[in-house]
Write a protein that binds this ligand. Sequence first.
Ligand code: GLA
Length: 745
Amino acid sequence: MKNILKIRVAVMILGTIVVAGLSAYRSLGQAGRGQTFRLDGGDVTYEFGVNERGELQAIYWGEKLGAHDAVVAAHSMPEMASFDSPGTTTPQEYAAWGAGLFTEPGLKISFADGNRDLVLHFVSSHATAGNYEILMKDISREIRVTLRYSMDAESGILARSAVIENRDKAAVVVEQAAAAQWTLPAARYTVSYLTGRWGGEWTLNQEPIQGGSRVIESRRGSTGHQANPWFAISRDDSGKTVGPLSAGEEHGEVWFGALAWSGSWRITVERTQLDAVRVTGGFNPFDFGYKLNPGEKMETPIFYGGYSNHGLGGASRLLHHYELVHILPTAPNPKPRPVIYNSWEATEFRVDEAGQEALAEKAASIGVDRFVMDDGWFGQRKDDHAGLGDWYVNKEKFPNGLKPLIDKVHSLGMDFGLWVEPEMINPDSDLYRKHPDWVLNFPGRPRSESRNQLVLNLARPDVRDYVEGFLDKILSENDIAFLKWDYNRNWSEPGWDAVPVDEQKKVYVEFVGNLYAILADLRKKHPKIEIESCSGGGGRVDLGILRYTDEVWPSDNTDPYDRLSMQNGFSYAYTPQVMMAWVTDSPHWGNNRATSLTYRMLSSMDGSLGIGANLNKWSAEDFATAKRLIAAYHAVQKTIVQGELYRLISPRDGSEFSATESVSGDRGQAVVFAYADATIQGRGFPLLELQGLDPDARYKLAFIEGKALSGTLETASGDWWMHHGISLDLRGDFQAASFRLDREK
Ligand code: GLA
């Protein structure tokens, strides 16, 4: 009898839930059914709408449509088979996991009562110029999701993100949260993405998009060297000119995106069973779990997406410009980077006042703008075994503090920069002896070290305050123009035992949030400070960190030949403005390759130039060469780092030649770099047909380094340079040339 009662009560309760669910579903009513949304910017149109089921559905993303073309209303897919229900085949703008969704979800949530079904329907929209905020809600529960869309009028790049809010009575756990999902027209495609490793970042991979998923990700707590949160998808079919595996550089349709997040991230490129291509990106769901108490909300990073019908070259030019004008902290007018000197490769940890001053004098003599002291100046830092965490000046190396060195650097006409690695700690440090609980760890488990260091748990408020405090103090007490902010390992044992168990996984989000907050605060308190994001090279390069930092260190590998292919890969996603490139010593420490100073200079001048060689070993001739080329660089730097980049000849896939061209925004100037890395069987350097010039203007040729074969005009039309082209006299191994074209007034 008792049991029967129990069952009856259970049935009643169940009934109430079902009815409550249905009535809530009805209460959403027919909100927005058939409503459509359209965003236009640059050469791009983006459309989505509410289908007859109430889901927000992708409609169109691509070449700009006619201004008066009506948006066709969204209709969910018909049921193709019992295995392919509309719930999974309809391309939703932001699909929640529930109701039989088998493709990649945008959002997955666990409720306290064990329910894990979530179905988002449209509630309302709010529009301002170029922006939409779309409110969605679960069909029965008070989970609200606001999708944000912001289209840049100039480039057509769309910024998308989501805010997830729990208005239910109990806590929920967000197990997966994308920033956005993108849907492409059903077609055949090639996907491009960047992978790498320490010392070998920025490899461009290209492969056809096949059925299934290609996942690029970091589970490391930070962006990572191994993959970068950027993708481009080139259309292969329908006579749109790009062939399989040969995504066109200057022609064809390309969709691209970049995720602004410096923590663990994931981008999934999926070709569904019905050949729809979708891209989902956001927090990495691996080991993810973000608890939202009633009334709390969380915000995803921004996922930027764009479209170009000028190939991968067009796509990267749009991104570069967008980064300069919208992302960088000094946008829309970031200054070209000062030419820096950094002694890391010359002296490593052996820094002291006299040694640094001697190098500073030599650096100033060749026209360097900024002198940066790298690792080794603080705590008991003699090598990488000790000192991280103890951010006081080492008295043996700098008995009178940093001031004498900084004054000396200023007197030489340069400003001063300093290396820091704020989020790290050596167990051999006063800080660790005092606060062993401050590191990421699982109590009772080993604390795995890398480079003899552990990661401070920046999610903790006390750690956050400590880090911001010491940086603020250093910047307040010293006249410092620049910080090289390093980060030399990835996470292990990512525990945060100071908070309740069900809050601990928030570390993935809070850590990065605090990093951004510290950077933002420091920039506010010290408005002149400039910052480089370095992570053992290019381990933390993404559009998230670039909102707070002025430049990045692409790789610890400074070999000028290796750099050419890395710089090429880097340029697909990021502007040369932020790409620091140092000239270091030959033979190179990493591979024993010997190259001329001229070749090294030109390889680095093809980005934001720095000098990292041991100047104590330079000859008078070396100083003269560097001085001449730094002056030449200064004269055209803006065009190189902020112009329109054309990758004329790719250095990838074993090519013995490569060339880049940068054209200033007003098309008044072009700067070309060309490299012959090997001359095989006497083959000459390929004809260079330039791009992006004003066809009718007349341009005058001037060589920065090297020369042309005879038969080149000195002054000719843009048409001539673009179609007749120029043949360089460039032969041998690791030879480089550079020239500029200036429009005649
Ligand atoms: C990292 C950086 C280098 C240098 C060292 C110092 O490896 O990428 O440029 O600053 O740390 O320890």
